[in-house]
Ligand binder design. Structure first.
Ligand code: FES
Ligand SMILES: [Fe+2]
Length: 400
């Protein structure tokens, strides 16, 4: 980015008034967006999927963010690898399907042939001095945390040790590695990605926009009521590793480590899980033996969010596709032994977060339409938008 453009972004950052919503330019300006690409999306770890989606060698899925497409596959030796879905000949996309199973990858343009490790193994009619080994696919950094696959487009990605060390007991308790992907849905939202992420981070809107969620989750109440309920809940149960809180997110991340946040919060009285009637929708996860009346929130990096109920996990990926569009991919995961139709029904499992995400999509779209107005002026934020404010402070600092 040129110095002039960098200065423009810096001026916008300097002009931001703490405690207020962002200025219009942050949602529309291409230079801001280009800075975000470099400083955020391509610097941090991004949740791409679960290792259970790659059951056998040759299984793959693609992960798309902005204009980038990454192939994530199980190799012949059983490892999970990631490489750019960009042919080393003239750059064509290689895998055109979002998921599948192949014994090798053949570029659809001129049929260059790559093995499951991303190595070029054949290229038709090239000159005699052509060296196949020089044209392997570009590898992408990949890490698996409790079965969750993360990728990073950074040359030197942030460390993940802090997450691993602090959360391994939580991953084990909920059986993260042994889960099963029950359902996945993409929601295309015609709005800047930050409006979607900011919306996810505050529950000020939960009361008016999500009556279904508010009926189940105590956090939709006023901050005072919620805090009182949370204190009583933690005092009553606090023996399991899920009753912990880690705040290493945003500006609190350890130096050189990826940021994360984990917390366990109460559900309303009598509610077991996130479902239409609050009752169980799938078998208990991992080592759990009973419902605790709570749910955990986990965030890893700026775009990957997880909501852990006792009987299922909901994974949220916010993926920018353009300055004014983002994709929200929601995955529902259950106990690896659960059988659809017998132990869970897809419609009842997905009901709450499908309903909630459709509502979020509507309010975020209206938000984008409103901030597009030349008369939009950033307004003051509520204490119930405290977490969003932390995010904004971190976000603005990250643009530097
Ligand atoms: S672009 Fe892939 S083989 Fe030509
Ligand atoms: Fe919402």
């Amino acid at each position: 980015m040129s110095k002039k453009n960098h200065n423009k972004v810096q001026q916008l950052v300097a002009a931001h008034q703490t405690g207020y919503a962002l200025d219009r330019a942050f949602y529309f300006d291409q230079q801001v967006y280009q800075t975000e690409l470099k400083q955020l999306f391509f610097k941090h770890w991004l949740y791409a999927g679960h290792s259970v989606q790659l059951a056998k060698p040759g299984d793959y899925f693609t992960f798309e963010i902005e204009r980038e497409s990454i192939i994530i596959c199980r190799t012949k030796r059983g490892e999970i690898k990631a490489f750019m879905n960009v042919c080393r000949h003239r750059g064509s996309r290689i895998c055109l399907s979002r998921q599948g199973s192949e014994s090798s990858f053949v570029c659809p343009y001129h049929a260059w042939h790559y093995n499951l490790d991303g190595e070029l193994i054949a290229a038709r009619n090239m000159s005699e001095d052509f060296v196949v080994q020089d044209y392997n696919l570009r590898q992408v950094k990949l890490a698996v945390l409790g079965g969750l696959i993360f990728v990073s487009l950074a040359d030197s990605p942030l460390g993940l040790e802090s997450i691993n060390n602090n959360l391994s007991a939580v991953f084990a308790l909920y059986g993260f590695e042994q889960m099963k992907l029950a359902y996945k849905q993409r929601y295309v939202i015609p709005a800047n990605w930050k409006l979607a992420v900011e919306n996810y981070q505050e529950c000020y809107h939960c009361g008016p926009a999500h009556p279904e969620f508010a009926k189940l989750h105590a956090m939709a109440k006023s901050p005072q009521q919620f805090l009182a309920k949370k204190q009583a809940y933690w005092q009553a149960h606090c023996t399991q590793p899920k009753f912990q809180s880690f705040d290493y997110y945003f500006n609190l991340a350890e130096a050189g480590q990826e940021g994360f946040q984990y917390d366990h919060n109460p559900l309303n009285k009598g509610v077991l899980t996130g479902s239409q009637d609050g009752q169980a929708v799938a078998p208990l996860l991992g080592e759990l033996t009973d419902y605790s009346g709570g749910a955990s929130e986990l965030m890893i990096g700026p775009l990957s969010y997880f909501l852990i109920y006792d009987d299922h996990l909901v994974a949220y990926q916010f993926l920018p596709s353009a300055v004014d569009e983002c994709v929200c991919e929601v995955s529902w995961l259950v106990n690896g032994n659960a059988v659809e139709g017998q132990d869970y029904q897809q419609t009842s499992l997905t009901w709450l977060w499908h309903t909630t995400t459709e509502a979020d999509k509507r309010i975020i779209t209206h938000n984008q339409q409103g901030v597009a107005s030349q008369f939009y002026q950033p307004g003051p934020l509520s204490p119930m938008e405290g977490f969003q404010q932390q995010f904004l402070a971190w976000y603005l600092a990250a643009l530097n």
